[in-house]
Write a protein that binds this ligand. Structure first.
Ligand code: RFL
Length: 400
């Protein structure tokens, strides 16, 4: 049985694993990244787009921002629409004066892969971790004669970083040890649509509607992401292009505010809005970052940003442990990150309450639904009229 050794074995080549890997190489810590998918699949997966100022800072300071600085677009405003009209928040002039950089996650991942390899990193695609025990990652790589994956090769590290997302083996290993999870189901789902269409407004647009939330997020000059709140269990196949554009037009009130720029639907998926946080994101030789350590509903676009935050913190802690024998950074990892993680969750939870009416339009006559809708409008009104609320919003909207 072949056994390879590394300082840190990173499982997963998403934003968390790739930022961590690049930072470790830069600090002289040897590591290997195991990624179960192919390079093309990893580099083609469209998900996030909004980078907080903190993420841009971390990436810039570590020589990982050339692409996003050249091709990313700065966003400084967001817009809210409802039956009560429309208003725009210029958040660059509020709170800490920070902005978003819009840069598609797959492009960031492409940049991070290229830089990791340029730095001489060992990145193995098509290498799926089967499980992890005490610093040993058992790998399945390559199909055997029966067409199934062969397992049994091990890659061993002084430490293992589980950056393999929400359903990964890193999280499974910790929860199997009894690490508790705090969990919330927001009870709503989004049809997430990627359209080959230029943005229809110079800002992120949030539309509150009795039929459910609709969102407009610019990605590039030719691609826009849209969201439509939909009932749990929705099958994306039930949403034709026509139905998508008609529903978006209704909820975004195009009759009142002007048409959307339509285009072919490139991708449609349903995302259930759920959040959870592992109460302890690591112990001993196994440490988690990104979605593996906690899932955050996409309502405030924080997931990739928390991944960068945690990867940076973990890189510092691994460096101290492996180069100086000082494990105090690892011992402090949870205490360093969790307060910021929870603050992001609190804001994301608030955003979810602002954006979503009753989970199902059929519920509209229930007393609770009426109460929920009234709260939604109270939140919106406070945001429209209170400068202090706007400052608080801006600080949390752009920060992690
Ligand atoms: P990822 O990106 O899921 O990467 C994990 C990687 O691990 C690999 N893997 C394995 N590899 C080896 N062995 C195994 N056993 C493995 N199991 C898994 C996977 O193939 C994958 O390559 O996790 P990471 O790095 O923690 O990054 C998290 C972010 O991807 C995620 O939080 C964001 O995309 C969330 N998110 C957004 N975040 C933002 O900050 N801003 C946004 O605007 C934003 N928009 C979004 C989003 C998420 C969305 N979806 C699809 C849930 C929009 C959407 C629609």
């Amino acid at each position: 049985m072949a056994e390879a050794q590394a300082g840190v074995v990173i499982v997963g080549a998403g934003p968390a694993g790739l930022v961590l890997g690049n930072l470790l190489l830069d600090r002289g810590v040897d590591c290997v990244i195991l990624e179960r998918r192919s390079r093309a699949a990893v580099e083609g997966r469209a998900r996030a787009g909004f980078l907080a100022a903190h993420s841009v800072r971390v990436l810039t300071e570590n020589g990982l921002a050339a692409g996003l600085l050249a091709r990313g677009r700065t966003h400084t405003t967001c817009r809210f629409r409802s039956e009560r009209g429309e208003f725009t928040l210029d958040y660059a002039g509020l709170g800490r004066g920070e902005v978003h950089t819009v840069y598609p996650q797959q492009e960031l991942v492409r940049d991070l892969v290229a830089e990791f390899l340029r730095r001489g990193g060992d990145l193995r695609f098509g290498a799926e971790a089967a499980d992890v025990t005490d610093g040993r990652v058992r790998v399945r790589d390559g199909a055997d004669a029966t067409g199934r994956y062969a397992t049994g090769r091990y890659v061993t590290g002084r430490y293992v970083a589980g950056c393999d997302g929400h359903r990964g083996v890193g999280r499974a290993a910790l929860t199997a040890q009894g690490v508790p999870t705090a969990r919330w189901d927001h009870g709503v789902s989004w049809l997430a649509v990627l359209a080959a269409a230029p943005p229809s407004m110079p800002a992120t647009g949030y539309a509150l509607h009795e039929r459910g939330f609709a969102g407009h997020m610019a990605r590039t000059a030719t691609v826009t992401r849209y969201y439509l709140q939909c009932p749990r269990g929705t099958d994306p196949a039930d949403w034709s292009e026509d139905r998508i554009w008609t529903e978006l037009a209704t909820r975004m009130r195009t009759a009142e505010f002007g048409p959307l720029r339509e285009g072919a639907v490139l991708e449609k998926t349903v995302v259930d809005l759920r959040s959870d946080v592992l109460e302890s994101p690591g112990t001993g030789r196994l440490w988690l970052a990104g979605d593996a350590a906690g899932l955050i509903s996409p309502s405030a676009a924080k997931g990739a940003n928390l991944a960068v935050l945690q990867a940076e913190s973990l890189a510092r802690a691994f460096e101290a442990a492996l180069l100086r024998g000082d494990e105090s950074g690892l011992a402090r990892y949870a205490a360093d990150c969790l307060p910021r993680v929870w603050r992001a969750h609190e804001f994301s939870h608030w955003m979810s309450g602002l954006l979503h009416g009753p989970a199902d339009a059929g519920d509209i006559d229930r007393d609770e639904a009426r109460y929920g809708r009234a709260l939604q409008y109270a939140r919106l009104e406070s945001l429209r009229t209170s400068r202090r609320h706007q400052d608080f919003f801006a600080e949390n909207y752009t920060g992690v």
